[in-house]
Ligand binder design. Structure first.
Ligand SMILES: *Cc1c(COP(=O)(O)O)cnc(C)c1O
Length: 414
């Protein structure tokens, strides 16, 4: 890796040589904004409005009901799943698109508990995203004697100790921690869980589109993830579910709707699951939102994830180096191999600092209680953007600009 460039001119040179530079022009980014929140809601690809309009005007307006066949609507959960599969290292028939991450967590956790009926514990992580913890609480209430055991997944001994009693049915972890940006070793954790007789559900919300993922290569059992973060599919876009082929014949999820039926148009009285990953489907999907996902997956189909990862690490390294003078505590692992595509910094007044940054056109976000969070999206961020954002943050902290009372007012969404 080259020595970290500290001048803006050196950043501009790196941008000129960037093999991913062409992608930036495929996004509709507002003028004067440095967007460091693509890990929360990705930016809009320019092709998306046209694709959504095509679905509405042509497929719906003209095609009407015939579009279920003619425009491939019925098969969208499968065809979009197949397009998404290379991004997570899965075979095309192991991924389906549909519902939200929370619902898919529910389905995969119940399926995993049913596949491991002699065991009743779900091992999760204490700092996981709230919905992962809440859904697990809802799931274990449905199984007699079930419970949730929380660990710090970045402490391997702690994880091993949680598995040692031999009662863990499933381990649910985030591949990248949403708050700290720590990247977990998917291969090692999956192997550890399997050695102790537990299945693994991976939450990929903060890693899909941020780095190459090898679900099959790591022997993962199930995975879920959303598409509106790094994948840029827009608010309300459907999530995805991965089920390893070896579980296709036996996994039973609880939301047994007609789209997951073996022969949905027989309209028989009894549920019989489809043979593949599509048994994880339930009901009709938001196809207008799925059209936006289709447009963004077309773009991802042309992006080399190895280059995305290299640039992501260069951008996050750069931001860490350039913000060091601000003196905020670095929460994200300094070691590149243990980092996702975000940088989190800690300060008790972090909320006001982020608001002051947003007032300057640098958009990051804040996670309670004290984390300033910045996501780095290599397809549309340049090194000069990172330089400008880091300069703005350093100045805000140095001058105390964030102390203006208007930056302390809390909005509903942080
Ligand atoms: C963003 C995120 C979710 C979102 O769940 P929704 O059902 O889409 O609201 C879930 N888990 C993690 C780890 C996330 O980062």
């Amino acid at each position: 890796m080259p020595a970290t460039p500290l001048t803006r001119a050196a950043c501009a040179e790196l941008d000129a040589a960037d093999p991913l530079a062409g992608f930036r022009d495929e996004f509709a980014l507002p003028e004067g904004v440095v967007y460091l929140d693509g890990n929360s809601l990705g930016a809009l690809p320019k092709a998306t409005p046209g694709r959504v309009a095509e679905l509405i005007e042509k497929e719906w307006g003209h095609g009407l009901i015939g579009s279920w066949n003619d425009a491939g609507w019925w098969d969208k959960p499968r065809t979009l799943g197949a397009k998404l599969a290379p991004l997570v290292g899965a075979a095309p028939h192991e991924v389906v698109v549909g519902d939200g991450t929370s619902a898919n967590l529910f389905k995969t956790l119940v399926a995993a508990l049913r596949l491991n009926p002699d065991r009743r514990m779900v091992v999760g992580e204490a700092g996981n995203f709230s919905t992962d913890l809440y859904i697990t609480q809802g799931v274990v209430e449905l199984f007699e004697g079930a419970g949730q055991r929380l660990v710090d997944p970045d402490d391997t001994d702690g994880l091993e100790a949680a598995l040692a009693p031999g009662d863990a049915a499933v381990v649910l972890l985030s591949h990248v921690d949403y708050r700290t940006g720590a990247l977990r070793d998917m291969a090692a954790v999956t192997e550890l869980a399997h050695r102790h007789g537990a299945l693994v559900v991976w939450d990929l919300c903060h890693s899909v589109g941020a780095l190459p993922i090898e679900l099959s290569g790591c022997g993962a059992d199930f995975a879920v993830g959303c598409t509106y973060k790094y994948l840029n599919a827009g608010p309300g876009a459907p999530a995805f579910t991965y089920a390893a082929e070896r579980h296709h014949a036996t996994a039973r999820q609880p939301l047994t709707g007609w789209h997951g039926h073996a022969r949905p148009f027989d309209f028989t009285g009894d549920y019989e699951p489809a043979q593949g990953a599509d048994r994880f489907l339930s009901g009709s999907q938001p196809l207008i939102a799925a059209a936006a996902l289709e447009a963004s997956l077309e773009l991802w189909g042309r992006a080399d994830l190895k280059l995305v990862r290299e640039k992501s690490l260069a951008l996050t390294d750069l931001f860490i180096e350039l913000t060091a003078p601000a003196g905020l505590e670095l929460v994200t692992p300094r070691e590149a191999g243990r980092r996702g595509s975000q940088v989190s910094l800690r300060h008790p007044d972090g909320y006001a600092m982020v608001q002051a940054l947003i007032a300057r056109g640098v958009i990051g976000d804040f996670r309670a209680p004290d984390v300033l969070r910045f996501g780095f999206t290599p397809l549309y961020l340049r090194h000069v953007d990172v330089h400008d954002a880091a300069t703005a943050l350093t100045e805000i902290v140095r001058t105390g600009e964030w102390r203006d009372p208007r930056f302390a007012e809390r909005a509903r969404v942080t």
